[in-house]
Design a binder for this molecule. Sequence first.
Ligand code: ADP
Ligand code: ZN
Length: 209
Amino acid sequence: MKIVLLGAPGSGKGTQAFRISERYDLPHISTGDIFRDNIAAKTPVGIKIKEIIDGGDLAPDDLTIEIVKERLSRPDCKNGYLLDGFPRNLVQAEALEKFGAPTAVINIEIPLGKLERRLTGRRSCENCKGSFHIDFIKDADKCPVCGGKLFIRKDDNPESVKERFAVYSKQTQPLVEYYEKRNVLFSVNGDLPVDEVFGEIVEVLEKLK
Ligand code: ADP
Ligand code: ZN
């Protein structure tokens, strides 16, 4: 299966991606994680995009497309992939059609008004890349899954969050219609507990298998 996860920042794409990837044995490819790893390692790509990403804007399309294209060409993607955070606009979606058109696009729906608090209370794990909300974990510094150190993403501050919502509404939201027209769009309710959202996603994917 070739799966794309769509959803606003904070809709739970990353959390669901972990589970889908495990259950269906698909490589989880998160462009956000790839970029953050590059920033942490101070690679040429990381240096180029740090300011853009921290501010909540999109990395350049040509660079992002190149990275994803290369990643999808690796052997672990021969039976499919799970893309989280790509495509994020129409240019990227058109590019993906050429090197790996998705068989299913899961759109995680949630009212934008509910998302800000999810993002500003988020902690991310340095080690396993999981993300958690401070309302639901005992220790705000320690990953409840792997024990790794938790950090606050640079783009999870109120200003960058605002910018990310604006970018999402303008550039990413139109992809819902784009994939609807291609008959590969499946929407699930993201305003439910994690397990229930996952249940809805599994229901969709089981029918496609
Ligand atoms: P979220 O979905 O929670 O906003 P991600 O981890 O998916 O977070 O992405 C974080 C940031 O990485 C984005 O705000 C953007 O700056 C950059 N990024 C991720 N994916 C892409 C992409 N496909 N194109 C351009 N920039 C991207
Ligand atoms: Zn962890």
